[in-house]
Ligand binder design. Structure first.
Ligand SMILES: *[C@@H]1O[C@H](CO)[C@@H](O)[C@H](O)[C@H]1NC(C)=O
Ligand SMILES: *[C@@H]1O[C@H](CO)[C@@H](O)[C@H](O)[C@H]1NC(C)=O
Ligand SMILES: *[C@@H]1O[C@H](CO)[C@@H](O)[C@H](O)[C@H]1NC(C)=O
Ligand SMILES: *[C@@H]1O[C@H](CO)[C@@H](O)[C@H](O)[C@H]1NC(C)=O
Ligand SMILES: *[C@@H]1O[C@H](CO)[C@@H](O)[C@H](O)[C@H]1NC(C)=O
Ligand SMILES: *[C@@H]1O[C@H](CO)[C@@H](O)[C@H](O)[C@H]1NC(C)=O
Ligand SMILES: *[C@@H]1O[C@H](CO)[C@@H](O)[C@H](O)[C@H]1NC(C)=O
Ligand SMILES: *[C@@H]1O[C@H](CO)[C@@H](O)[C@H](O)[C@H]1NC(C)=O
Length: 510
């Protein structure tokens, strides 16, 4: 055991002394780097390999600096974002010179730093491998790779070459230990969908990790299979995520995912405020260190201790913080003894406050047709139903400001910028005092709300999310299932509420 893990265990041990005498929780030290990538002004033009490498080396130089900084802090694994090395906006033709060759598994093992001449067109892999080796840490990065295919493969592109959006992992001695081809592409015309879904897991001395990328976070494959069939508890997640409130801001979905699946996630996003991209973090089910900054154009290295067993973690507040990286902690995770449970058949009954039954209205949120009811009084219970889902909220609004809030429900197929089926109960601050403004993107709020939010979902995959003013995260005080309803509750917070949602993914109905 090296001195760093010893120090961490001592620190944790003293923190947990009251509750877990004699049991140290094991941690490892992880880093994610939110990278302000240098974008390629010539991404749609054809390039030669030399110019392509010259361009990518500018981003790789920054990666190398960050690995050096992380190495001094005892980091054992670092994650870099999707598209961080080559950037965006390529066509299938124009990306070609930016692609590294990825050897098939029967030609492994391979240490690109030690054996640079074993394969051609592997310069990017060589640099990443040397960073891992010199920094003595696992390095996870995203790059474009080319893999030749036979024309007997019906999915093989006509030019005989797959272009994959690829995550690669190098061990702490530089060996290539894993690669993953992104399954759920997001309008990436330069890349091909892999012919088969990959479920990629890699082992280290401190934990076993699963790999996925960006848009994958919303889909069953490969993510749910990794978690439920491969029992992965740690996920590394390069992303290039454009924020979209009220429901899909980067850190909001990252946090909800870790809590909902009871896993750790190491999420690295691109930083480009003009593209709406920021928001990275290291999340356990009940802790996080995250970065979200729409004001500056700076990248940010986030370093945190991560529990080896996420379900064992009991000691809030012992994270190593990077300055101006925010964190939030779970108060407790005791099941909420709901005083009132509502069922579908109670739609017009005592639970819903039938006075509001006829006050519902439709408004678009995240391109979906939500049904809303306004929260017009300072406290009360309202409900709203659509299709098979009814949503309820019992709330108390401390600040009786003129900010309008509404409870919205959606049960259906989302079809814009990707197709996926949702069931959502969302308490949102509207964009203004007119109900037509409910569902708009809002980042700030001053109303302090306490609430108990619940709904009748048909899917078990429901992710709890709370966003407060300035795009900060909160965890519910309680959340879980009771009488076929998924619920969450939250006492008074210090900041105004932007969104509180139970975000359900109904994978089977996609
Ligand atoms: C873009 O193309 C121009 C003209 O070919 C060239 O001068 C410039 O160096 C290229 N920039 C990059 C980043 O490749
Ligand atoms: C992408 O390319 C188009 C031209 O094909 C250009 O108008 C646009 O600005 C580019 N976007 C970025 C982010 O480079
Ligand atoms: C390098 O790391 C890999 C993967 O962790 C391991 O299998 C291999 O034995 C290591 N090689 C050396 C020389 O330490
Ligand atoms: C609901 O409808 C009834 C009858 O149309 C009306 O009297 C009542 O004021 C309405 N309630 C609300 C909250 O709009
Ligand atoms: C939203 O759904 C309601 C109820 O199904 C429907 O009446 C309304 O026309 C829809 N609005 C839009 C914009 O599609
Ligand atoms: C609630 O407030 C909104 C916005 O002020 C208003 O448009 C709506 O009619 C009110 N609804 C009820 C039921 O009072
Ligand atoms: C709310 O907005 C709609 C559409 O812009 C407008 O027609 C309506 O008059 C507004 N209502 C109020 C109370 O301002
Ligand atoms: C709550 O209301 C008070 C008085 O209106 C105000 O001073 C305070 O800033 C509000 N709280 C927040 C978090 O905005």
């Amino acid at each position: 055991m090296d001195s760093i893990s010893l120090r961490l265990i001592i620190q944790v041990f003293s923190c947990c002394l009251m509750v877990r005498i004699g049991l140290g929780i094991e941690y490892y030290v992880a880093a994610v780097y939110e990278h302000h990538s240098i974008l390629n002004p010539n991404s749609t033009a054809l390039s030669d390999r030399k110019s392509a490498l010259e361009f990518m080396s500018k981003n790789l130089d920054i990666y190398e600096q960050q690995v050096n900084i992380a190495a001094k802090k005892g980091v054992q694994i670092i994650v870099f974002p999707e598209d961080g090395i080559h950037g965006f906006n390529y066509s299938r033709k124009s990306i070609y010179r930016y692609l590294d060759f990825l050897p098939p598994s029967h030609l492994l093992p391979w240490n690109p730093c030690v054996e640079p001449d074993k394969f051609q067109d592997t310069e990017v892999s060589q640099r990443l491998s040397c960073m891992a080796r010199e920094g003595r840490m696992f390095v996870v990065a995203n790059l474009g790779t080319k893999v030749s295919c036979e024309h007997v493969d019906p999915k093989c592109p006509t030019d005989g070459m797959y272009h994959f959006n690829t995550n690669v992992v190098f061990s702490d001695n530089g060996t290539l230990v894993a690669s993953y081809f992104k399954q759920n592409l997001y309008f990436e015309y330069a890349f091909d969908t892999p012919p088969h879904v990959q479920h990629v897991v890699f082992h280290t001395s401190f934990a076993t990790f699963g790999l996925f990328t960006c848009f994958d976070i919303l889909f069953y494959e490969p993510v749910v299979t990794l978690i439920e069939k491969h029992h992965v508890k740690h996920l590394v997640y390069p992303t290039a995520w454009m924020n979209q409130l009220p429901l899909l801001s980067s850190i909001q979905i990252q946090r909800a995912f870790a809590t909902g699946f009871n896993v750790n996630i190491l999420a690295a996003n691109i930083h480009h405020k003009t593209l709406g991209m920021t928001g990275s973090g290291i999340f356990s089910p009940i802790h996080s260190s995250y970065y979200y900054d729409m004001d500056s154009e700076n990248g940010q290295l986030i370093i945190a201790k991560v529990p080896v067993d996420p379900s064992e973690e009991l000691c809030p507040g012992d994270e190593e913080q990077v300055s101006w990286v925010k964190s939030e902690t779970f108060k407790d995770n005791v099941l909420y003894p709901s005083s009132e449970t509502c069922h579908l058949e109670d739609r017009k009954g005592h639970c819903g406050g039938s006075a509001w039954e006829n006050a519902s209205f439709h408004s678009e949120m995240m391109y979906d047709n939500f049904t809303f009811v306004p929260l017009n009084t300072s406290e009360g219970t309202v409900h709203v139903c659509a299709e098979a889902v009814c949503c309820y909220v019992t709330y108390h609004k401390q600040n009786t400001s003129n900010e309008l809030y509404a409870l919205g429900v959606f049960d259906g197929l989302h079809t814009v910028h990707g197709q996926y089926s949702l069931q959502i109960c969302a308490l949102v601050k509207c964009g203004g005092p007119n109900i037509t403004m409910c569902g708009q993107e809002v980042t700030h709020a001053s109303s302090i709300l306490t609430f108990h939010l619940w709904g009748s979902f048909s899917t078990k995959y429901v992710f709890p999310m709370i966003v407060t003013s300035g795009v900060n995260l909160q965890l519910p005080d309680h959340w879980g299932w009771r009488d076929n309803n998924c619920y969450m509750s939250k006492g008074a917070m210090e900041m105004g509420l932007v969104t509180a949602a139970l975000y359900g993914r109904y994978y089977e109905r996609d």
